[in-house]
Design a protein around this ligand. Structure first.
Ligand code: CTP
Ligand code: MG
Length: 269
């Protein structure tokens, strides 16, 4: 890409080791079909197309030979493309690791397999299979401009309230009671890829490795670990197309983005 000379050596970690319980396919979500390919294939293509990675490190469910083969076939395709002369972009090395029991453990397994001179790392959910290249570029540019941590975000469209479980007589009326209303203009829904200076993310995950089970369960992204270190986290614009495929409805939306009347042309910048 044009800014390759100023872009720090970057790895992209793709976490794909989840079981996909909420999607309910009875198989790891990375394998679930989407538009004739797997969710993981779409995610890997998006990362490679962005052209920012020297290495792509994929965390898969431990011992999943099918997903390991899928990653190896993808790496072979990249290699063939490079031998043909490619398009002048970067052709990343693909590394596969066994993920862990939690998303954070999967990230730590991938961090341990990054090439030695890596400077920056993006952590991306395989479940965000349709993230536009522009989002990878916005995150990467913020890192090149000096950010230690950067996340893609989108505005929240719903009013968001906090609640608590109803106790006493109120329980006969409704299960929860509202305790407050957040100021919507200050709220953002957070996506991936989240970008970090590698040493900062490593420090954040080293600290999290000793969390107890309750603390570990509360960790839903990498940026919150960096926030705990007191490091500023910058926010760039994400994209609604970058939805995390979590429930069956999300899969229907993702299929619609690929196959609907607008098809692949529907790319939000
Ligand atoms: N992930 C991972 N390792 C885990 C858990 C999750 O690499 N132990 C990854 C998933 O593969 C996914 C991303 O983290 O790409 C976001 O997680 P989520 O959407 O929750 O996926 P799953 O955990 O697979 O789904 P569910 O929670 O419904 O089981
Ligand atoms: Mg999960």
């Amino acid at each position: 890409m044009d800014s390759a000379s100023t872009t720090p050596v970057t790895a992209v970690i793709v976490v794909a080791a989840g079981s996909g319980q909420r999607l309910g396919y009875g198989m790891p979500k990375a394998k679930v079909p989407l538009g004739g390919d797997s969710i993981l294939t779409h995610a890997l293509r998006g990362v490679a197309a962005a052209g920012i990675a020297r290495q792509i490190c994929v965390a898969i469910p431990p011992g999943d030979e099918e997903l390991r083969d899928l990653c190896e076939a993808f790496a072979q395709d990249l290699n063939t493309e490079r031998q043909r002369g490619g398009d002048g972009g970067q052709f990343p090395v693909v590394t596969v690791v066994d993920g862990g029991a939690t998303r954070a453990e999967s990230v730590r397994a991938a961090l341990a397999a990054l090439l030695p001179d890596t400077v920056s790392v993006l952590v991306h959910d395989a479940a965000r299979a349709l993230t536009p290249e522009a989002v990878f570029h916005r995150v990467s540019h913020a890192l090149a401009a000096g950010a230690l941590a950067v996340i893609p975000v989108i505005p929240v469209v719903d009013t968001v309230k906090t609640v608590e479980a109803t106790t006493g007589d109120g329980a006969a009326i409704a299960p929860e009671l509202v305790t407050g209303t957040a100021a919507r203009e200050t709220l953002r829904a957070v996506q991936t890829p989240q970008g970090f200076e590698l040493a900062t993310l490593q420090r954040a995950h080293d600290a999290a490795a000793s969390f107890d089970a309750g603390q570990a369960a509360a960790v839903t992204d990498d940026a919150m670990l960096v926030e705990l270190l007191g490091v500023p986290v910058h926010a760039v614009r994400g994209a609604s197309q970058s939805l995390k495929i979590t429930t069956p409805l999300d899969l229907i939306i993702a299929e619609g983005l690929l196959e609907g009347p607008l098809g692949a042309r529907w790319v939000e910048g």
